[in-house]
Design a protein around this ligand. Structure first.
Ligand SMILES: NC(=O)c1ccc[n+]([C@@H]2O[C@H](COP(=O)([O-])OP(=O)(O)OC[C@H]3O[C@@H](n4cnc5c(N)ncnc54)[C@H](O)[C@@H]3O)[C@@H](O)[C@H]2O)c1
Ligand SMILES: O=C(O)[C@H]1O[C@H](OP(=O)(O)OP(=O)(O)OC[C@H]2O[C@@H](n3ccc(=O)[nH]c3=O)[C@H](O)[C@@H]2O)[C@H](O)[C@@H](O)[C@@H]1O
Length: 413
């Protein structure tokens, strides 16, 4: 760990205390790891869960013992929140419901989580003159202008109609019936509130708009470390299909486009924001990789190839299957057509650029998925077969197998 660190303007960086809300999630776990291994900063890690940062909290391992402290709390109703924010120099808010399968099926929880629950965090930061880095989303851009142009319009080729720019692009959502946009709309309103706190009350803030950050520890594998019926984000959905040797499900033909950035590249950008407040305060930053654009269908094809390479298992003859969005997500789903981040602002302010190609990031991520889950999936699938066999033959055996599954699930959580 480097003890003397310089900022981008050549000044010595003083160690600070960070109150990280949602530290136990995908992004939080990578950020905690980075802060512990490469900086002298302290972290007050707040979350309802800590499974993804357990390795950082083990009492004896650690170079960084005493620099990370876990507080199990739900920010919806916990009076310790303000005191923890006051103890820190900087608050980073990552807490949110952020899986699309929830936006149209649990719109109230989604809006509360992304707007109402974030309000006290903003208020406490503003009232106590504490700096805030708030995690928003690229979904605030919604759909591109390009998507409304006629299919044969030459303007479709013009990046002005599809590249998403923090200070000029509009936010275009679907109708209220399309509850998919409940998340984006709640995130947009909290961005506006933070911006207004900055303008009217001098809150020092930075807003991050991640563009599909992916990598190890993202979401969960249904039935292994999350609910069997749960629908995580696309990386975990496709990983789950590959691990189970099932076809990958392409929603509405897999025509939507995304740019994927490797979590480790993206975390470098967040560290630059943390350590360069003069350059980051008052800004909204796109953080993504414009060079890694694919359709979801192309992503499925690439993941299939990469998984064959890292697992040594041959691909299915028909590796993908089409499914309608209504069937997959239910009523009220809608989609962003294309998401290419403009990088001008983050480049100018922080000199940050992503490095990792889509193939390389998928190779390291799927290696991790295979190593972490392949055996557990095999066992779970064997149990399932055992359960079906015992179900038809013996009532008593059914009981034993069920106990077996429950025990296995407990062990793997
Ligand atoms: N991963 C991405 O690519 C991506 C993209 C766009 C935006 N974001 C935003 O970044 C943030 C983090 O995303 P992530 O991918 O790490 O998600 P995640 O679900 O893995 O992490 C969120 C964490 O917040 C915690 N949390 C939620 N509600 C809480 C509450 N009431 N009290 C305490 N803890 C609570 C959860 O337990 C979870 O550990 C979110 O705000 C999300 O909207 C992420
Ligand atoms: O990651 C981001 O930057 C933001 O976008 C995500 O939204 P989205 O990209 O639509 O979510 P994914 O679940 O990753 O889906 C990507 C695409 O794959 C498709 N998909 C998903 C899962 C699947 O099995 N098959 C499939 O075709 C979806 O319909 C969508 O078009 C989530 O809203 C947030 O986590 C985040 O704010």
């Amino acid at each position: 760990m480097a003890t003397t660190r310089m900022d981008l303007d050549g000044r010595l960086i003083k160690p600070i205390t960070i109150c990280m809300i949602g530290a136990g999630g995908f992004i939080g776990s990578h950020l905690c790891e980075k802060l512990m291994s490469e900086t002298p900063h302290k972290v007050l890690a707040l979350d309802v869960y800590n499974d993804k940062i357990k390795h950082l909290l083990e009492p004896d391992s650690l170079l960084w013992a005493g620099r990370i402290q876990f507080h199990r709390l739900n920010i919806k109703h916990d009076s310790r929140l303000e005191a923890l924010i006051k103890m820190a120099d900087l608050t980073i808010n990552l807490a949110a419901i952020c899986t699309p399968a929830d936006y149209n099926t649990r719109p109230l929880d989604t809006i509360y989580s992304n707007f109402i629950d974030a309000l006290p965090v903003v208020k406490y930061c503003s009232e106590n003159n504490k700096r805030l880095i708030h995690f928003s989303t690229c979904e605030v851009y919604g759909k591109t202008i390009q998507s409304f142009l006629p299919k044969d319009s030459p303007l479709r080729q013009d990046p002005a109609y599809y590249v998403l720019k923090e200070d000029t692009s509009p936010c275009i959502f679907g109708s209220i019936e399309k509850q998919r946009w409940s998340y984006a709309c709640a995130k947009q309103l909290i961005e506006r509130l933070i911006y207004a706190e900055g303008a009217e009350n001098g809150l020092e803030f930075t807003i991050v708009r991640p563009f599909n950050w992916i990598g190890p520890r993202m979401d969960f594998i249904p039935g292994i470390d999350g609910p069997s019926e749960g629908v995580p984000r696309v990386l975990a959905c496709f990983s789950n299909n590959l691990l189970r040797h099932e076809p990958l499900k392409l929603v509405d033909g897999g025509q939507s486009q995304r740019t994927f950035v490797y979590i480790k590249d993206a975390i470098e950008a967040v560290l630059l924001m943390i350590e360069n407040p003069d350059r980051a305060n008052g800004h909204i930053f796109n953080v993504g990789n414009p060079n890694n654009e694919v359709t979801v269908r192309q992503l499925a094809e690439m993941m299939t190839k990469v998984y064959t390479k890292v697992s040594g298992e041959p691909a299915l003859e028909s590796p993908t299957i089409d499914v309608s969005s209504k069937e997959f997500y239910g009523e009220g789903y809608d989609d962003s057509d294309k998401r290419i981040p403009d990088m001008t602002i983050i480049n100018k302010q922080l000199g940050w650029n992503p490095k990792t190609s889509l193939w390389d990031l998928l190779e390291s991520t799927l290696t991790y998925q295979h190593r972490t889950y392949a055996e557990a999936i095999k066992k779970a699938m064997k149990f399932k077969v055992g359960l079906v066999i015992s179900d038809v033959s013996l009532g008593g055996a059914l009981f034993c197998e069920t106990v077996g599954i429950a025990k296995f699930c407990q062990e793997s959580f």
